[in-house]
Design a binder for this molecule. Structure first.
Ligand SMILES: *Cc1c(COP(=O)(O)O)cnc(C)c1O
Length: 434
């Protein structure tokens, strides 16, 4: 596979952009090699600058759930652009998407649009603090909530891959208000809450973490957090930037049946445009300016082009609930193929899967939290990643990411993914054996 143009663009980019990329995980630092520069994408495939074709298993980290350049989304964007890319004033589309979000995610009674998942989580904890009059929050090791200062504490994939679990530049004052807990460890959370009685504004988590690889909540964990928050007057925030509109039309909360007080959304909600949103109970969201005293604003928030893209993709998912069955069956087929390879090769590796999210972990232990995720053989993953790339399968360039399956994979694509996985695992294990 020839990747000369990508290599040359990357070496030029490093002279002008920190590390040559506009978001760290794109740099392939965790897997070795240079990042691929892409030129176009359509359906299940992405095409790079050198003309190579890949089956995309990241799908822009989620948004391309219907495949790239989906016709309806594309048309909505073009139409919106022709009506002006921005008004800086209200427009009907903002209402339509808000109505639809509240319909699809019933715990969201009021919603505010922002421009990224990072903005959504930053704003949500500010509102939770304003509402409760408390300062501290609890976050879980390995959960990622964007790059807001309060969250850059054991923040999962990107930060961990770069070897900076706690980023310089975050002040001690900010860090002290973020308390850490272990995912799936309800007793541990109860202890942190007891030690900080009446001081905790919010518990924030990915109900199904994807940022330490795909990790599933154990029976009773989310239910226990819900009960604890009720007893202690703590705002429970589900960060569904990744799982929202992916695990069900109403996200992980619908699928798992545990309802948070506030929800943050992103990724799919923008259909590929930069969008985030936060919302929740009316009583809490009424604290947001101009209704209430907690300030939060955005020049381009609710941007008409972004709203057109987001509204169109959400509408599609709402009107085509069978998409979720298709996503799940695509993913189950892939995982079944992987398991066959593991059986044949006698390999004991962990696969976590729910809906259209899954991870193949290079460890024989169960992965249930950040500690267990860290047991993975990341060097072997790096080799596997690069081999898969040569086979035309574009995976997330880190062991600590979930993969995102799209609805447009054909049975042939699925077979290609399974065969590539089979060949690449054999090759990696041969190297390991010698
Ligand atoms: C991606 C992600 C974010 C951050 O969203 P950005 O749009 O990258 O700022 C926050 N939370 C979760 C769970 C995410 O997966």
């Amino acid at each position: 596979m020839k990747i000369e143009k990508s290599k040359s663009l990357f070496s030029r980019a490093k002279n002008y952009i920190p590390g040559g990329v506009n978001s760290p995980v794109r740099a392939f630092k965790a897997v070795g090699g240079d990042p691929i520069f892409f030129k176009s994408a359509s359906g299940a495939y992405m095409y790079d600058e050198d003309g190579n074709k890949y089956i995309d298993m990241i799908n822009s980290w989620g948004p391309m759930i219907l495949g790239h350049a989906h016709e309806e989304v594309e048309e909505a964007i073009i139409k919106a652009v022709r009506n002006s890319p921005s008004f800086g004033a209200p427009a009907e589309r903002e209402l339509l998407i808000a109505e639809l979000i509240c319909e699809m995610v019933p715990s969201v009674e009021r919603v505010r649009m922002v421009n990224s998942g990072t903005e959504a989580t930053m704003s949500a904890i500010r509102v939770a603090r304003g509402y409760t009059g408390r300062d501290k929050i609890i976050k879980f090791d390995g959960c990622y909530h964007g790059h807001g200062d309060s969250f850059l504490i054991a923040a999962g994939s990107g930060a961990m891959t770069m070897g900076t679990p706690n980023s310089p530049g975050v002040t001690a004052g900010t860090a002290k208000d973020t308390l850490q807990a272990n995912f799936n460890d309800l007793e541990g959370v109860k202890q942190v809450v007891a030690d900080n009685k009446d001081e905790i504004a919010a518990i924030i988590l990915e109900p199904v973490p994807g940022n330490m690889g795909c990790v599933l909540p154990q029976q009773g964990f989310l239910e226990g957090l819900r009960q604890l928050c009720d007893e202690e007057g703590i705002v429970l925030i589900f960060d569904e930037v990744m799982s929202g509109f992916r695990l069900a039309k109403g996200g992980a909360q619908e699928r798992l049946g545990v309802i948070p007080d506030m929800t943050t959304l992103g990724k799919i909600i923008g259909g590929g445009m930069p969008v985030g949103a936060y919302g929740g109970k009316k009583e809490i969201m009424d604290y947001v300016s101009p209704q209430g005293p907690v300030y939060q604003a955005g020049t381009l928030s609710g941007n008409p082009v972004a709203m057109a893209a987001g509204h169109t993709i959400l509408n599609y998912l709402y009107d085509h609930p069978e998409t979720y069955g298709k996503l799940e069956s695509n993913t189950k087929k892939i995982v079944a193929g992987y398991k066959e390879t593991l059986d044949v090769l006698g390999l004991d590796m962990t696969i976590n899967q729910i809906g259209s999210m899954y991870s193949l972990f290079f460890t024989d232990s169960q992965v249930t939290d950040f500690e267990s995720a860290k047991k993975c053989d990341t060097a072997a993953f790096g080799q596997y990643f690069n081999l898969m790339l040569q086979h035309g399968i574009y995976l997330a360039p880190s062991q600590f990411e979930t993969l995102f399956v799209s609805a447009v994979l054909s049975d042939e694509d699925i077979q290609d993914i399974i065969s590539a996985n089979d060949e690449c695992l054999r090759a990696v294990m041969d190297v390991a054996a010698n």
